[in-house]
Design a protein around this ligand. Sequence first.
Ligand code: DX5
Ligand code: ZN
Length: 224
Amino acid sequence: MPHDHLVAPSILAADFADLAAEVATVEPAVPWLHLDVMDGHYVPNLTLGPGTVRALRARTDRHLDTHMMVSDPRAWAQPFLEAGSDSLTFHLDTDPDPVDLVHHVRDLGGRVGIAVRPSERLEQAADLLPHVDLVLVMTVEPGFGGQSFIEAALATVVEAHEQRAANGWAWRLEVDGGVDATTVRGCAAGGADTFVAGSSVFGNADRTAAVAEILTAAADAVGC
Ligand code: DX5
Ligand code: ZN
């Protein structure tokens, strides 16, 4: 396994009126937080902007894994990185020159990911796979938290894992959407190492236990 397993709680499922306190409940258990940025255009929902990232940055030193569900990620790269995002993951077909966008984000000091939706094929990201730090396989269609895990997306996880191994790439393989202590098993068995979890973490009164359950199930699924 190229990377240790980690859980990135999605704050979309947290209480937005009390974000700092919510983050404090998961911080002891996780190295990353997942921030879902939606622009009301790429997806039919609006969530958070650079101002929220800046406010969170002042309260946490965790890696801010920023998922850009926006139609123009190039325009937003600098504002989010300046606000404190550590990585930006953008979607296919949102920029005319995605390889250049990867290098642009790196030049600005960020790490970069590419996201593949359940309705898309990994092949569509082929040009980017040698260049990115993270591949995000969506296990729901993006837009909302609390949706049911789409099992068919596991085929993309397996394909990504195989291509990563065959080419010696070092990116993290992340899954996002409907991930809990049950669905994580197939993700981990397929080769995913980075598990975004919103409802299954923030919906549990004991956040540390929720993260531990996901990690235990993932470890069990890969036999360690
Ligand atoms: C969906 C987002 C996810 C979402 C996951 O568009 O990208 O990160 O917050 O939430 P759960 O874990 O509740 O499916
Ligand atoms: Zn997300």
